[in-house]
Design a protein around this ligand. Structure first.
Ligand SMILES: [Zn+2]
Length: 330
């Protein structure tokens, strides 16, 4: 008998022990690793956007009346937002003050900020303007009266309210800040920087405060029937990777009928100032209609911008896409 021959019973037992130890260790390591990953980044299923709820939030704003700066409706609607967003368990603050309109008039503004996971460092910004245009310059009647602003104003804020409700119910892994900008639509065409006064104020303050979310998504005119959203010029200039990611998400969810992969001219809107003043890459989901002369639908800045043009299918497409983007972040 030579050493190193057939393993004796002792050696066989030792090998078996080693083998089992390796298995046990591997098992422990696997469990440990997957546990560590799970406790760090739990997978949270994307909630379902409720278009009926969003529709009611839009109608509520329209029922309050045109949300024109310095009007009682401005005050009531701000109170409605604050109360609603607080009821969703979000951290709600306001930013109030006065800005000067193109006509020299002092305009009160109320920007409303609602945060989910306020302490999270990794954040994204979702925003929309909530005021309505004080004139109906595109209409043929009552041109000096304010518009209902169901699509231009209430739709973006309504979709964000519904998203706020779901963020409160099922907090995502990241922090989310919903910002409702006031006094976007008081401007005069061809008067530089006369639009977006609420967001200009907010953007300067955000930069001063060092607020820097990963990116922002602005919603404007997101409720009309068969609305289409194109790759808007400033979004492509400042945040092409974000807009493409959002459009791809929409396509994956089956909403390509609303989200077109074609670029259109830049639109001066709140996201321009969020990009240039707050230095936050921000895109704009804004309706574009190549078949109407204004590109924003025949009802744009007219008294026909009312609940009749709002369609739940559009609200669902936009709301679900944003939720999918938010809940896939970690
Ligand atoms: Zn407008």
């Amino acid at each position: 008998m030579k050493m190193g021959g057939r393993p004796g019973p002792m050696r066989a037992r030792y090998s078996l022990f080693l083998f089992m130890l390796v298995i046990a260790c591997n098992d422990a390591t696997d469990k440990g690793t997957s546990k560590a990953i799970n406790s760090k980044i739990p997978e949270i299923a994307t909630p379902s956007f409720n278009q009926d709820s969003a529709y009611i939030f839009i109608k509520k704003q329209v029922d309050i009346g045109p949300r024109v700066p310095n009007s009682p409706a401005q005050d009531s609607c701000a109170k409605f937002f604050i109360k609603k967003l607080r009821s969703f368990n979000l951290d709600v603050t306001t930013q109030e003050g006065q800005v000067t309109g193109h006509d020299g008039l002092k305009l009160r503004f109320i920007n409303i900020i609602a945060s989910s996971n306020p302490k999270a460092l990794n954040r994204i910004l979702l925003c929309a303007h909530w005021d309505t245009r004080p004139i109906a310059e595109r209409d043929i009647v009552r041109q000096n009266e304010p518009i209902p602003g169901a699509n231009d104003g209430a739709s973006g804020a309504g979709v964000l309210l519904e998203i706020g409700r779901l963020l409160g119910e099922t907090p995502p892994n990241i922090g989310v800040d919903i910002v409702l900008f006031d006094v976007e639509d008081y401007g005069k065409p061809n008067v530089t920087d006369s639009y977006c006064l609420g967001s200009q104020y907010w953007s300067k303050a955000a930069l001063a405060k060092g607020y820097y979310p990963k990116y922002g998504i602005l919603l404007d005119m997101v409720g009309a029937k068969d609305a289409q959203f194109y790759l808007e010029g400033y979004s492509m200039k400042f945040a092409p990777h974000i807009i493409k990611k959002v459009w791809k998400t929409a396509a994956n969810l089956g909403y390509s009928n609303h989200f077109e992969f074609k670029q259109t001219p830049a639109v001066t809107d709140d996201h321009l100032y969020v990009n240039t003043m707050a230095k936050i890459p921000c895109i704009n989901i804004i309706q574009y209609d190549p078949l109407t002369p204004t590109n924003f639908g025949s009802y744009w800045h007219t008294h026909n911008d009312n609940m009749e043009i709002i369609d739940k299918a559009t609200l669902k497409a936009v709301g679900q896409t944003i939720l999918e983007v938010v809940y896939s972040e970690n």
